[in-house]
Design a protein. Structure first.
Length: 534
């Protein structure tokens, strides 16, 4: 790495937070005292990881650590780092390094860059100076620096136009304009917009032109607002900043108002009314692009943080729902669950009790975070009910009452199987795909009731069957039966039964499902549970 190349980071370890910079490559991390970054944590290995600088990009490399290195919640071996990535060492609760944090771009850095703005006498035209500034601002167009860039843009525009006051108004999430930055021509901050001509701003927003210049001395008396008269405003320039971003999937650009740049003077009316049109046109278009890009950067940052939180939530969900398969002399169990998003609403569980074993599979309506939260809650509720020795009907009744009483707007399908050492099988099916029992042939277990969480007065009934040695029980969620191929056709119950009958194991069913779907992505969580009675 070149001597003048570096990037910053913020390290959070427990309650301690420190910042630093990566000045060379490789940048070593671990518990050994000779590491560039020493982490005193029991889950951190002595030579845990390195950060490498290669061809202008940064990579984190795990050095064979025992407990792993995680980027945005996902365990990695080697991973290219992007600004705002979060790296955990040892565990998701361990030391956290935020790579190249945007909020560390300081105003002093911006000022140091802008100090090179050529003086009016040396720059040539005002338009060239403004374009130079906008190019510099684009290089600093980062989350955390937007407000400072806008303040510098106001000051630069005041210098070029010789106006007395300048203000930036930006649209909020509701489309209302809010004062963001205000400056006088002496560099003084202005935070009060009560002395401005808001009628001129509204006129500019409703106009079809790029900007409006008003000389109040030449305007009709009826056109002068009370604020113009009260504040002795002589000249006003209102520049609407319109988005030029193209709509996704179209060639048409949006024309949404991003904000307004407002300039006025009380004394020097002529200096504003004679401003070069090309200069104002450049301000209108380039400043709008600058703000548009800044808002995109902020949106991307929020999306990145959301993805990171989803990854962490997914890891937590997997830990909470992790099932330790019991080692039983009369059973062999295998399972697989694949969410179609980062986290899902399917779950399965295996609960061993005296003389028998419970198998639970469930599917909460919907997908994503809300379904995952409810799935975690239901798993705990079902587990506690079964461990308390409640009957299958009582468990279904309790789950149904819970969902209806909470009015969460969701329901769930579920199937609970109770298998004893003697082969007696009791089951209850609440709107779920019917369990399959495979001996010489494949048959469905027929008993089925409505899903839980729909109506509070629903009743539920258990069914029974006898399982012989060598038979298999197969449970799936509807993400399997409703998996689609390229033409939109479902995998269906008939194909599932045939695959289970011919392949006679979970891996064979998975292979058949993958062959059927091909490259068509899953649109629902897929969960399967297989039990071999030995």
């Amino acid at each position: 790495m070149e001597s003048n190349s570096f990037t910053s980071y913020v390290l959070t370890d427990g309650t301690q937070q420190t910042s630093g910079a990566i000045h060379h490559s490789p940048f070593t991390i671990g518990r050994l005292p000779d590491r560039d970054l020493v982490l005193e944590n029991v889950f951190v290995s002595r030579q845990h990881a390195e950060i490498l600088h290669e061809n202008g990009e940064y990579f984190v490399l795990d050095k064979g650590s025992r407990h792993g290195t995680f980027v945005n919640g996902m365990r990695v071996q080697r991973h290219r780092l992007a600004p705002q990535d979060v790296v955990h060492f040892g565990s998701l609760e361990g030391p956290k390094l935020q790579f190249d944090p945007k909020d560390k771009v300081s105003t002093s850095t911006i000022r140091q860059l802008l100090v090179h703005l050529p003086s009016p006498s040396a720059a040539g035209s005002d338009l060239e100076k403004l374009r130079w500034f906008l190019e510099a601002a684009r290089r600093l167009n980062t989350v955390g620096a937007v407000d400072e860039i806008l303040a510098c843009l106001v000051e630069t525009t005041l210098d070029l136009t010789k106006a007395e006051r300048g203000y930036f108004f930006l649209g909020d999430s509701e489309g209302k304009l809010k004062l963001t930055t205000g400056r006088s021509n002496k560099g003084e901050p202005l935070t009060d917009d009560s002395t401005l001509s808001h009628s001129a701003i509204q006129q500019a927003l409703q106009a079809t032109g790029e900007f409006i210049i008003t000389d109040t001395l030449k305007a009709d008396i009826a056109a002068r607002s009370k604020s113009m008269i009260a504040q002795n405003i002589r000249s006003i320039v209102c520049i609407p900043l319109r988005s030029r971003r193209k709509q996704p999937g179209t060639e048409q650009a949006k024309n949404d108002i991003l904000g307004v740049l407002y300039l006025d003077s009380r004394i020097q009316a002529g200096s504003l009314t004679q401003v070069d049109n090309e200069l104002l046109r450049t301000i209108a278009s380039e400043a709008a692009a600058l703000i548009d890009n800044a808002q995109l950067a902020i949106a991307e940052e929020h999306a990145r943080r959301y993805r990171e939180e989803l990854n962490i939530a997914g890891s937590i969900q997997q830990s909470l729902m992790a099932v330790q398969m019991p080692d039983l002399p009369y059973l062999s169990i295998s399972a697989q669950s694949v969410p179609c998003k980062e986290i899902g609403g399917d779950f399965y569980d295996v609960i061993v009790d005296e003389g028998h074993t419970y198998f639970v599979i469930a599917d909460v309506s919907g997908k994503g975070v809300s379904a995952a939260i409810l799935a975690s809650t239901l798993q705990g509720l079902i587990y506690s009910q079964l461990k308390a020795g409640q009957s299958l009907e009582s468990v279904a009744f309790a789950v149904n009452q819970y969902l209806c009483a909470k009015s969460v707007g969701k329901y769930a399908t579920m199937c609970i199987v109770k298998l004893s050492e003697t082969g007696r099988l009791d089951y209850i099916n609440c709107g779920h795909p019917r369990p399959l029992l495979c001996g010489n042939t494949v048959e469905q277990l027929p008993e089925s009731d409505m899903p839980v969480g729909l109506i509070d007065w629903a009743t539920f009934h258990a069914g029974t069957a006898q399982v012989e040695r060598g038979m298999r029980i197969f449970l799936v969620t509807d993400g399997v039966t409703e998996a689609e191929d390229a033409t939109g056709e479902f995998f269906g119950e008939a194909r599932l039964e045939k695959a289970f009958e011919t392949k006679r194991n979970l891996e064979g069913v998975v292979q058949s499902l993958q062959t059927f779907c091909g490259s068509t992505p899953a649109n629902d969580d897929c969960t399967m549970l297989e039990v071999l009675f030995r």
